[in-house]
Design a protein around this ligand. Structure first.
Ligand code: NIG
Ligand code: FE
Length: 422
């Protein structure tokens, strides 16, 4: 299938992208390829036209474009969406990587006071400014790899002040015009039981202190937060505690989006379906009952290929989920345990290790990932009225993005966020 060559479609108007476009329709898990298309993005940063070059040329013949981008011979996909990251922290854990390579498990390290506890210690001690600089550099790497919308979690504070500090760091990126990426913010104060507390005390602190403080800041317009997360796991927070926290979060308008069934089957799939969660992440250990429960809800399964890869865990049952009609999304899970900022690498791992097809991996990294954040109405596909977020790939077949392992700088010609080159 050759690509129709286009010299130029519009020489006037607002912003236009010319070339062959891959149009992912807004239906979960389905996408189709169209060629010889042009895309017009308006000054608000939304898609104003997506059609054949000919139709665009006649429809926008009167328009003055401020920029024209020639994508002849390239392919265009929706901007990638990373559905799960922990990007605000200081103090790397490269020493723990060595321990894990030598055979320690994730929970061995965590229980010995390392893991999340190590990161909490360093993140609590860091200033908001220090954390923002680190966060911003990570966002820039993500953008270079094609990410245009990213979910960002707090969770290395575990007390009111430090969690608020992290959420403010995340919020800052929305107002920084030097970093072009859309952000969905997640409060994850129940990411671990803080050292010196019991899990009951931690739940109490989240419900009685942290959540009310966050609500106050949201109500007074000082902060925006969209989702609530809990690490539901044996030895961390059990299903009852998880339910309690998520229900409290729901009451203040947060979307339920939590870690579950990662190292043990805790019944997280069932709990998420019952709570109408937008998303449950990990699910390496989800049972068939959990999958069936999820298939009856709208809950998206957020699959994180770096976890099983780095920790040498069993793979999540992705094929079974797809077979049962559970919408599957992908996330990098960027965190000090899994230092990966690249969605194309995640897509590659999902295809090779979890037997996803490349079109499935694309839907999982665009429209389904947007749905996991309750943002599929504005993000995740190329459609009129949606955000002008796109990745232009330097190849006539978009699959080069997945196939060319770790070569994003060669494969990605441009990343567009809200019509601007990111
Ligand atoms: O998704 N499982 C819990 N949270 C992260 C790991 C965070 C950390 O180890 O710092 C995850 O893998
Ligand atoms: Fe995580």
């Amino acid at each position: 299938t050759g690509v129709k060559q286009i010299v130029q479609v519009c020489n006037q108007g607002e912003r236009v992208l010319v070339g062959s476009a891959m149009h992912t329709v807004a239906v979960m898990e389905s996408n189709n390829v169209t060629q010889g298309y042009s895309i017009v993005i308006d000054h608000e940063g939304n898609i104003a036209g997506i059609d054949t070059d000919e139709n665009i040329r006649s429809k926008f013949s009167e328009t003055k474009f401020s920029e024209v981008l020639d994508a002849t011979g390239c392919s265009v996909i929706p901007g990638l969406v990373d559905a799960h990251t922990h990007p605000v922290w200081t103090g790397d854990r490269v020493h723990e990587f060595a321990m894990k390579l030598a055979g320690s498990s994730y929970m061995d390290v965590h229980k010995a006071g390392g893991g999340i506890h190590y990161t909490v210690e360093h993140t609590r001690a860091a200033s908001e400014n220090q954390l923002y600089q680190l966060f911003k550099n990570r966002l820039i790497s993500m953008i270079k790899s094609g990410t245009t919308l990213v979910e960002c979690k707090s969770g290395y504070g575990l007390d009111t002040d430090s969690e608020l500090k992290m959420l403010h760091v995340i919020d800052q990126a929305r107002h920084d015009t030097s970093v072009q990426i859309d952000v969905s913010s997640t409060y994850c104060g129940a990411h671990a039981v803080p050292k010196g507390s019991t899990s009951e005390e931690a739940v109490n602190d989240v419900v009685m202190n942290q959540l009310p403080a966050i609500k106050r800041e949201i109500d007074t317009g000082k902060l925006a937060v969209e989702n609530i997360d809990v690490f539901c796991e044996k030895g961390v927070f059990d299903v009852h505690q998880t339910r309690k926290i998520l229900e409290e979060g729901k009451k203040i308008g947060l979307l339920v989006n939590f870690h579950g069934d990662e190292l043990t089957d805790t019944g997280s799939g069932e709990l998420g379906a019952e709570l109408n969660a937008h998303a449950i992440s990990h699910l390496e250990e989800i049972s068939d009952v959990g999958i069936k429960a999820m298939s009856k809800s709208q809950t998206v399964a957020v699959i994180l290929p770096t976890t099983a890869y780095i920790l040498r865990l069993k793979s999540p049952p992705v094929r079974k989920m797809i077979e049962f009609g559970v919408p599957v999304a992908l996330g990098s899970d960027f965190n000090p345990n899994a230092y990966c900022l690249s969605m194309p690498l995640i897509m590659h791992l999902a295809c090779v290790n979890f037997h996803m097809t490349m079109p499935e991996a694309l839907s999982a990294s665009t429209i389904n990932a947007a749905a996991a954040l309750g943002m599929s109405g504005t993000h995740g596909s190329l459609e009129i009225g949606k955000r002008g977020n796109l990745v232009i790939i330097n190849a006539p077949r978009w699959e080069h993005l997945v196939y060319q392992l770790g070569c994003h700088s060669d494969v990605i010609k441009a990343v567009i966020n809200g019509g601007d080159k990111a």
